[in-house]
Ligand binder design. Structure first.
Ligand code: ATP
Length: 174
């Protein structure tokens, strides 16, 4: 079975006293051609809300991948705090060899440092439809994938155990 390894990040930012995290709406595959005339209309693809992540390049440490992918996909830069969890899932490639893939994604906790959400390269807009700040408390229900909901819960637990993170001066906006 094919295997893939990716890494991603939960970027936290405190704004007006509450925590938010950077999430993306990835561009999902859509029907190539709209159905014309009669017959059922193509169903609009449901909106997916996901964490920024991407493939670990050769020679790259997973935490570097997380920092790089967060910036590429969201436009903001974060500072590494710690590793959160690894999530695992299977999927079937919808292109090429249509192989069944076992994928492991390592997630890291980052604190917002600089940059503007959505300030991404034009070519990245093919992958990312939108990036926005989601209230952290909503993330365990708003994220689309079970594994990523667990990641959000683990970020919430980390914050509860480390309340000093909220006093980080450069991270907060009032
Ligand atoms: P990457 O962002 O790591 O470069 P990618 O965009 O090529 O990867 P994935 O995001 O892993 O690929 O998506 C491949 C398939 O897996 C899609 O069908 C997607 O809906 C599904 N998928 C993505 N994340 C998860 C997850 N956490 N749990 C289950 N399925 C997922």
């Amino acid at each position: 079975m094919a295997r893939e390894f990716s890494a991603g990040g939960v970027v936290l930012r405190k704004m007006r006293g509450s925590w938010f995290l950077a999430v993306i709406e990835p561009h999902m595959e859509r029907p190539k051609k709209p159905t014309k005339g009669r017959g059922p209309r193509p169903r609009a693809a449901a909106t997916v809300i996901a964490l920024p992540k991407g493939t670990i390049d050769k020679g790259e440490a997973p935490e570097q991948t997380a920092l790089r992918e967060v910036t590429e996909e969201t436009g903001v830069r974060g500072e590494l705090v710690c590793k959160l969890v690894d999530i695992k899932y299977f999927y079937v490639r919808s292109w090429g060899d249509r192989a069944r893939v076992f994928k492991i994604v390592s997630f890291y906790l980052l604190l917002y440092r600089s940059g503007r959400l959505g300030d991404i390269a034009p070519e990245m807009r093919i992958e990312v439809q939108r990036a926005f700040w989601l209230p952290l408390k909503d993330a365990p229900s708003a994220l689309s994938y079970d594994g990523e909901r667990k990641v959000a819960n683990s970020a919430i637990e980390y914050l509860e155990a480390h309340p000093e993170l909220g006093t980080h001066a450069t991270n907060t906006a009032h």
